[in-house]
Design a protein around this ligand. Structure first.
Ligand code: GDP
Ligand code: MG
Length: 222
């Protein structure tokens, strides 16, 4: 598989998102969290030979399939992408330097205008932190990315990253998309309880994004 159509040409909404970052920054851990999120439903894995995962998400009453590809290099990835997630670890300044190189590659060499979310992972490692929020935010602004700080081990802001990522893709395709997102999960018979949980998550996210945050940290706006 892995031959899905990209962006607006596909009405079902099939979005391909490479997750790029240095080895060990937590790319696999983040995607594993996406897959086990109680709000989203993973699809059956179709391949074992690629490090790719797919899941179905419904936002704005539209079903989307998101495919994540875990990459530690972008040079060998010539398939189209709908968005990119560039990850570094806050306790590893080399991974931040590499993230900058990836951003340079994506924006300047590939000349991509796709949404990019710069993810500062491992923020639970407070005392070992080497990269400040300020410098990371600065980098995000320089390359017109969104910025979010996560901890995959604590499952902190990982749902927000997933929902925000889909929101960014949709905003790019259709900038008039209303800001009120509604999410439902697929099947599995527990719809009611899941919907409640989803509403709680959403109001949490919306409450948070309604507080004054810098534009690059608001994943619900272009
Ligand atoms: P990848 O090479 O980018 O796919 O990184 P992995 O997902 O394999 O993670 C590398 C290591 O970092 C593993 O031991 C993870 O348990 C750990 N790790 C991932 N995310 C976090 C995090 O948010 N905080 C901490 N403390 N460790 C993490
Ligand atoms: Mg990995």
């Amino acid at each position: 598989m892995g031959n899905g159509c990209c962006s607006s040409s596909c009405s079902a909404g099939y979005y391909r998102v490479p997750i790029i970052g240095a080895h060990g920054v937590g790319k696999t851990a983040i995607v594993n969290r996406f897959m086990s999120s109680e709000y989203m439903s993973p699809m059956e894995s179709t391949t074992d030979d690629f490090d790719e995962r797919k899941l179905t998400v419904v936002v704005d009453n539209e079903e989307s399939i998101m495919e994540f590809i875990d990459l530690s290099s972008v040079e060998n990835d010539d398939l189209p992408a709908d968005a990119y997630v560039v990850v570094f670890s806050v306790h590893d300044s080399d991974s931040f330097t590499l993230a900058e190189e990836f951003l340079q590659y994506l924006r300047n060499e590939l000349d991509s205008d796709r949404p990019i979310i710069l993810v500062a992972n491992k923020i639970d490692l407070v005392r070992k932190r080497q990269v400040t929020k300020e410098e990371a935010r600065q980098l995000a602004k320089e390359f017109e990315c969104k910025y979010i700080e996560t901890s995959a081990v604590l499952n902190h802001k990982v749902d927000e990253l997933l929902v925000g990522l889909l929101k960014q893709i949709k905003l790019k395709l259709n900038p008039d998309v209303i800001q009120k997102a509604t999410i439902v999960t697929q099947g599995k018979g527990k719809k009611h309880a899941l919907l409640k949980g989803t509403k709680r998550l959403l109001s949490k996210i919306l409450r948070r994004t309604s507080q004054p945050v810098s534009q690059c940290e608001n994943l619900f706006h272009l």
